[in-house]
Design a protein around this ligand. Structure first.
Ligand SMILES: [Zn+2]
Length: 382
């Protein structure tokens, strides 16, 4: 058996291996705080062998165990029966399988995006290309959807924080919905907006396997004032092209517990935008009432993050600008740039026992969010 970390998104340091027990930890790179992201591959496995993985730096094994990809199977959570504790899981090598990959949550790689894009290759409403080269020289992809030069711009971004892969599945659901109509251009979003999709803001961090959250001196999402990262500068340029702006920035919350177990929106710090985000949230909540929990992560709106809340969800007193202001985050910068509606949308890594995170439920929620946006726009006078 070999452990391989030189893979897209790889992040794991082996300490020792004794009698099929692997001891190791997630690598905290370039970060100012403890984080939980990890991912590694095992090769040369033998069917029927049992392994136990012990993490030595905090609890990083979620409710349903790690995400796993046995051989050529799809990624899925291995199941709570394999979770020994928040820092340990076990597994048995299944039949016809000599490789396995494990990760904190269900990953989303450049390869996933390329497969997704392929689906729309012949669609005349879709254009894809290279937005810019990253700091390490990688091609940062973009997708443009709809009529060129439409009067508004809908910025759809993900992975300001490299490890937050749930956001890309939400994004796929949004895009699939917008293009699902027989004649997409007569529906509110594509009738009025050109959609600019930037799926991997911190591409280098994603490929290299960094957690990307809380980088020193600041991460990509706290870069909207300084603009030290080229992709952030490009996103700002795109957002400035029209006066009518909608911006949804896809994130994953903290690892688990409390509001991190449900999808929620972060309301921007300007009151007007916060209220509009609440209107969008109401439409989404209504849509979700009619969804089955096996098809869609259920959004309830009650746990949206108000500006009067700290990041643990505690209510603070004394005004409406209590959340830290500069350096500006993407959603706040969009709000201050006059966005009609803008939000960070947080898609839970694990969900709840009756409403679990999976590729299907994340995409399902994305579809409902796009439909909510259509309904929201129908209620607006301008
Ligand atoms: Zn984030």
């Amino acid at each position: 058996m070999r452990i391989v970390t030189d893979i897209p998104g790889g992040n794991f340091a082996v300490e020792k291996i004794e009698n099929n027990v692997i001891y190791g930890h997630q690598e905290l790179r370039d970060t100012t705080e403890w984080w939980f992201y990890w991912r590694f591959r095992m090769t040369e496995l033998v069917q029927g062998d049992n392994y136990r993985v012990e993490f030595t730096n905090g609890e990083v094994v979620g409710y349903w165990g790690p995400a796993v990809k046995f051989g050529q199977e799809d990624w899925h959570f291995i199941g709570e029966e394999h979770r020994v504790s928040g820092s340990c899981f076990t597994f048995t090598v299944p039949e016809h399988c000599d490789t396995a990959e494990f990760a904190f949550c269900i990953p989303y790689d450049v390869e996933n995006w390329n497969r997704f894009v392929e689906k729309y290759r012949d669609n005349p409403l879709v254009e894809t290309g290279v937005l810019c080269l990253s700091e390490k020289g990688r091609e940062v992809p973009y997708m443009r959807i709809g009529k060129k030069g439409n009067h508004g711009t809908f910025m759809l971004t993900a992975r300001h924080h490299a490890c937050e892969s749930t956001g890309n599945y939400l994004m796929e659901g949004i895009i699939d919905h917008l293009l699902s109509w027989d004649n997409p251009l007569i529906y509110p979003v594509l009738q009025r907006y050109e959609v600019m999709v930037v799926p991997f803001v911190d591409l280098d961090g994603i490929v290299d396997g960094d957690q990307g959250k809380a980088r020193a001196p600041h991460d990509h999402n706290r870069d909207y004032q300084e603009g030290r990262y080229i992709t952030v500068r490009k996103v700002k340029e795109l957002a400035k092209r029209t006066d009518d702006l909608i911006a949804i920035d896809c994130h994953s919350p903290y690892k688990w517990g409390g509001m991190s177990d449900v999808p929620y929106m972060v309301r921007p710090t300007t009151k007007k935008n916060a209220l509009r985000t609440a209107e969008l949230g109401r439409e989404l909540r209504l849509n979700c009432m009619f969804q089955k929990p096996e098809d869609c992560l259920i959004y309830e709106q009650l746990l949206d993050k108000h500006v009067q809340m700290d990041w643990d969800g505690n209510f603070l007193e004394g005004g409406d600008t209590l959340r830290e202001k500069p350096p500006l985050a993407c959603d706040d910068w969009m709000a201050e740039s006059g966005a009609r509606v803008c939000t960070s949308f947080e898609t839970t890594y694990f969900g709840r026992p009756w409403n679990r995170t999976s590729q299907k439920t994340m995409r399902g929620l994305g579809g409902q969010l796009a439909l909510a946006l259509e309904h929201y726009l129908m209620m607006q006078e301008d």
